[in-house]
Ligand binder design. Structure first.
Ligand code: GZL
Ligand code: ZN
Length: 331
């Protein structure tokens, strides 16, 4: 037993003994120290979008391009992200890249990163902090705008009928910027259209399994078949779960039946859209790796990156799609 303490002590001294503020490689990492060390805290792997987002990051931050990427998957728990950030601080990484699962709860750990002199770059969703000097830059989507695209499509699809538009709203991870923005846009549009009926708001947590579960619960709780005009799904994986639950109960999904509106526009959703099962696929771009690298390059050169950068996004209906277009998309 006693033999193991010496190497551990040695590693500890090496890791922390000389760490008086000098940038250094993580303990036990003796490779060439001129790599830019990036501590990356990813939400998890809850959706196709998230997987594409992670792949985009790993494709950019390679050793060949001069980076050492320390990638942590938080498995959908904020406390795991906070633990990872504290570990990155201890390892004295050069940059922390955070894809925050929710907006709240970040002030203290980002303050610790600031005191350690490590810039934080936010990707995808936002954080709600008192002091916005706690992050150097944010790159993501305008989620309210995405929701507004969907609401405009619903308005256009149902304008000729004066009667009720029955909508089921399945939300993403509660408290995440994507959920907050997409929800606000629908609720604002519903308030402006007295004939829009929000039949239910269900928590789908951005996963297919949860969406299927809550949709099955909802449908089996109905006295009988109810006319459902729209199911507003806050991401594609929610749409896949809702579609499965609806079709199992004999609902016809498409322009003449239940109109499924979904966000992300991953290849899977575009395929369902081309088949006519999803009526509207609103794009949310996960390929943010190159934009994060641009921010890091600006900072490496001593510059100040723009505080917020929003990616351009559009929406697709069946008429916009072909097999070739779908095959050629990157995610
Ligand atoms: C949106 C992102 C959301 C996606 C979901 O930018 O935060 O999280 O829409 C993912 O697929 O789970
Ligand atoms: Zn209107």
């Amino acid at each position: 037993m006693k033999r193991i303490w010496l190497p551990a002590l040695l590693a500890f001294v090496l890791a922390f003994g000389s760490g008086c503020g000098a940038r250094m490689n993580p303990p036990g990492d003796s490779s060439n120290e001129d790599l830019t060390v990036i501590g990356m805290s990813q939400v998890g792997a809850e959706s196709d979008w998230r997987v594409a987002n992670s792949e985009s990051m790993k494709a950019v931050f390679t050793e060949e391009k001069g980076y050492r990427l320390l990638f942590d998957d938080a498995r959908q728990k904020q406390e795991n992200q906070i633990t990872a950030i504290r570990r990155f601080i201890q390892q004295q990484v050069d940059y922390i890249v955070l894809m925050p699962i929710s907006e709240s709860g970040w002030d203290s750990v980002l303050q610790e990163a600031k005191e350690a002199g490590i810039p934080v770059i936010l990707v995808d969703r936002m954080v709600d902090v008192e002091d916005d000097s706690l992050y150097a830059a944010h790159i993501g989507s305008d989620f309210f705008k995405e929701g507004a695209l969907a609401a405009a499509w619903i308005e256009n699809a149902f304008q000729e009928t004066g009667n009720a538009v029955n909508i089921i709203h399945i939300q993403g991870t509660m408290g995440s910027t994507a959920q907050l923005g997409r929800t606000a846009a629908l609720e604002e549009a519903a308030a402006a259209h007295e004939n829009w009926e929000l039949l239910a708001q269900l928590d789908g947590d951005f996963t297919q399994a949860k969406a299927y579960e809550v949709m099955v619960d909802y449908l089996s709780g109905l006295p009988g078949r109810r006319r459902i005009d729209v199911v507003y799904c806050e991401n594609d994986n929610i749409a896949f779960g809702a579609l499965q639950a609806l079709e199992e109960r004999g609902y016809d999904c498409g322009r003449e039946g239940v109109n499924i509106v979904a966000f992300d526009a991953t290849r899977g959703a575009l395929t369902e859209c081309l088949k006519g099962k999803i009526s509207l696929a609103v794009e949310c771009n996960p390929l943010l790796g190159p934009l994060v690298e641009e921010v890091i390059q600006v900072m490496e050169a001593g510059g100040t990156p723009e505080k917020h950068r929003y990616v351009k996004e559009r929406a697709f209906t069946r008429e916009d799609l072909t097999e070739a277009l779908i095959t050629n998309r990157e995610y």
